[in-house]
Design a protein around this ligand. Structure first.
Ligand code: C5P
Length: 235
């Protein structure tokens, strides 16, 4: 994937044709395409082949599995045949569920979601995760990595902290990324692509700044070019 930007474009499209069109436009510039629950639940496994096309792009299946270990294992096995590069599991499902996913889908990187960034301190209190969110993020990150996750989703603000807990070998993936001057939409805590990478992120999840642009291919190319100028990208 030399020369491709370390970006997972969130294909949050209303229909399969739109998702496939965006995919075709951005794959010359980015390493990864992210398929979320909405698209997957509407169109099923065929969505993966539709967006992948004939390209070698990595597919990030963001299904956020959260169930008992046997069910997580069965679900991970069911999607493993789609050859996703990455599959998400909620860290709060527990160590056994993460371990089960890793065993059931050995070809996929199991990426654990620590604490959803939509949850504020009051929400966390109500679900029993008292204390600062950053402590819960760190605790869940360590639990997930010990159980076999080799990737973690966290906000750009948490990356440096999480990196110091889990070391260099774990892929840290950050949503909430906005190029300077872009609309923040409903993201509360944002960072530019350069800031997120400088903080230690390995892969940036970017949706609307690319897919909402008049020309998604040009928007992806522009972000890739800015990272190249900042020397985060060779080639
Ligand atoms: O359009 P935007 O760049 O905000 O898209 C971000 C993507 O990352 C969406 O698919 C969203 O569901 C996902 N995401 C997020 N925050 C998280 C986890 C995932 O925005 N904490």
């Amino acid at each position: 994937m030399a020369g491709l930007a370390p970006i997972a474009v969130a294909l949050d499209a209303p229909d399969l044709e739109t998702a496939a069109r965006w995919a075709g436009l951005v794959t010359p510039h980015v390493s990864t395409l992210k398929i979320g629950l909405e698209l997957y639940l509407r169109y099923g496994p065929e969505v993966v082949a539709s967006v992948r096309g004939a390209s070698a792009v990595h597919v990030f299946l963001d299904l956020k599995l959260h169930d008992i270990p046997a069910t997580v294992a069965a679900a991970a096995r069911a999607v493993a045949r789609l050859r996703p590069a990455m599959l998400t599991v909620h860290a709060a499902a527990g160590a056994a569920a993460i371990q089960a996913a890793a065993q059931a889908a050995p070809g996929a990187r199991i990426v654990a979601v620590t604490v959803l960034t939509s949850l504020g301190e009051a929400d966390l209190d109500r679900i029993g995760l008292a204390g600062p969110a950053s402590a819960a993020v760190r605790r869940l990150a360590v639990l997930a990595v010990e159980a076999g996750a080799t990737g973690l989703v966290c906000s750009p603000q948490e990356v440096a902290d999480v990196r110091s807990e889990v070391g260099e070998d774990i892929m840290l993936i950050t949503p909430g990324v906005r190029p300077a001057g872009a609309d923040v939409n409903d993201q509360a805590r944002v960072a530019t692509p350069e800031e997120a990478l400088r903080a230690g992120a390995d892969l940036l999840v970017i949706g609307r700044p690319i897919t909402g642009a008049a020309d998604p291919g040009a928007a992806a190319a522009a972000i890739a070019a800015s990272l190249r100028r900042a020397e985060y990208l060779r080639g």
